[in-house]
Design a protein around this ligand. Structure first.
Ligand code: ZN
Ligand code: ZN
Length: 253
């Protein structure tokens, strides 16, 4: 399976080590046709962008690099889901200027409202050490993620079931309805077979991404490719392989 795009990478603008240029040069080295810069939304504690203007500036840098190098450079964001109503930490007007939108659950996020810090986000941090609490929170996490997919033009749900548990079947059903891809994230260790199984069961799209935080990790997709092969996922279900996909505009209209 030819994975020609890596649609989830980070730079020094959030918690990555490389510049946009370094990630893009690494993508060329790795033989990719497209790479996305998807720095964390601002509410990720210690990992988010300092200012939302980063996304616009990244777009300008991407345009410059595309003129110089043989690769498409998409600028997106990995937004944090900040509440069980599915709200994201990237406002709609900023989302409109992005090439693609990745959204996911992360354990350390500044919530919108104080009450939610107690009812959802803080318990999720506790859930990292308590399997009992973890299971009880699954429903809230699933609702938060599903609502985000319903409300926003989310192209990719990042690393479902990593650290924060979700009901993969329920999420896959929603993703399938809204043409949102479920991610197989090669940069973290967790049960990715279950994610692929749920996507297959419900006909949801899949995206294989590195989530690289260093330039050397950009395009490291082979373990994801092997997983898809082992599970007989058809190439047209995987957005990084589809030759007919409009590179540069992954978003739905
Ligand atoms: Zn993430
Ligand atoms: Zn990420």
């Amino acid at each position: 399976m030819q994975l020609w795009a890596d649609l989830h990478t980070h730079t020094v603008n959030s918690d990555g080590r490389g510049t946009i240029r370094e990630n893009v040069e690494a993508a060329v080295q790795a033989g990719l046709k497209a790479v996305a810069i998807t720095d964390h939304g601002p509410r990720g504690v210690g990992i988010g962008v300092k200012n939302l203007s980063v996304y616009r500036e990244s777009g300008l840098e991407a345009a410059r690099l595309e003129e110089e190098l043989p690769v498409r450079v998409l600028v997106g964001a990995e937004a944090n889901v900040t509440g069980t109503d599915g709200s994201l930490d990237i406002p709609a007007e900023v989302v409109d200027g992005l090439d693609l939108l990745v959204a996911g659950l992360h354990p350390f996020v500044r919530p919108d409202h104080g009450a939610e810090a107690l009812s959802w986000l803080v318990p999720n941090q506790v859930a990292r050490v308590s399997s009992f609490v973890r299971e009880r929170l699954r429903a809230g996490n699933t609702k938060a993620m599903a609502e985000a997919v319903r409300k926003y033009p989310v192209d990719i749900v990042s690393h479902p079931n990593l650290m924060l548990a979700v009901d993969l079947d329920e999420l896959a059903r929603v993703c399938s309805r809204y043409d949102t891809a479920m991610e197989i994230n090669t940069g973290h260790h967790y049960n990715k077979d279950d994610v692929a199984r749920a996507a297959i069961r419900h006909g949801a799209l899949i995206s294989v991404n590195s989530d690289a935080h260093t330039p050397s990790g950009v395009g490291a997709l082979s373990t994801g490719g092997a997983l898809l092969q082992r599970m007989n996922v058809p190439p047209n279900q995987v957005i990084n392989t589809r030759g007919d996909f409009p590179v540069g505009k992954f978003r739905r209209v």
